[in-house]
Design a protein around this ligand. Structure first.
Ligand SMILES: CC(C)(COP(=O)(O)OP(=O)(O)OC[C@H]1O[C@@H](n2cnc3c(N)ncnc32)[C@H](O)[C@@H]1OP(=O)(O)O)[C@@H](O)C(=O)NCCC(=O)NCCS
Length: 169
């Protein structure tokens, strides 16, 4: 069974955890991370912490589970009509157990709490795992480009279930 996922503010300490996923070739390949040294990744993640503070429309949240600590992150980037989400679970040994869907589902609940009208996600058509995450969280594909698909979830039409998402695992 998938452990419950909680979202909270992303900290400098979390930056170190996420940067360590740069040592995981499977994670780097699927996430499309550029080749940097571990130190460069750490610095990049640290910059994202201060970016959250400097740009009110952009935020990275840490995704935690009891016992495991930080297992992923959720990014929210405000757009004109919808908020774009990004998400990850690391390291790759944790994939395939429902955590990715749980992270995004927690993001959907958080977006509902914030009164956001809709969420958007951009994904490669070849990214089966990420498309599965989006489907599991109720997103539907609204645009299919050759390289990028756009998936959307409207939040205004139904009340968000504050008790949390119903996950299949
Ligand atoms: C995408 C990501 C968050 C998915 O995390 P996860 O913990 O594996 O997600 P889940 O366990 O909830 O599974 C998601 C889907 O992957 C499917 N899946 C499981 N194992 C799989 C495998 N070996 N190959 C392909 N898909 C697989 C699951 O069946 C599920 O799809 P379904 O709901 O249609 O059944 C994770 O792979 C990740 O962090 N990748 C790097 C960052 C990234 O790519 N982010 C998304 C950017 S668009």
């Amino acid at each position: 069974m998938t452990p419950p996922v909680t979202l909270r503010a992303f900290t400098l300490q979390d930056a170190g955890v996420v940067a360590s996923w740069a040592l995981d070739p499977a994670f780097v390949a699927l996430a499309g991370w550029s080749c940097r040294t571990a130190a460069e990744h750490r610095e990049h993640q640290r910059r994202l912490v201060s970016r959250s503070a400097r740009f009110p429309g952009w935020e990275r949240l840490a995704a935690t589970t009891p016992g495991l600590g930080v297992v992923g992150y959720l990014d929210l980037a405000a757009g004109p009509d919808a908020t774009e989400v990004g998400y990850a679970v690391g390291p790759s040994a944790r994939w395939g157990r429902g955590l990715g869907s749980a992270v995004l589902a927690a993001g959907v609940v958080e977006a509902g709490r914030r009164g956001l009208p809709a969420l958007l996600a951009l994904v490669s058509p070849a990214h089966a795992r990420s498309r599965g995450v989006l489907r599991a969280c109720g997103f539907t594909r609204v645009h299919a480009g050759a390289d990028t698909e756009t998936w959307r979830l409207g939040l205004g039409t139904k009340p968000v279930d504050e008790s949390g998402p119903t996950l299949r695992r």
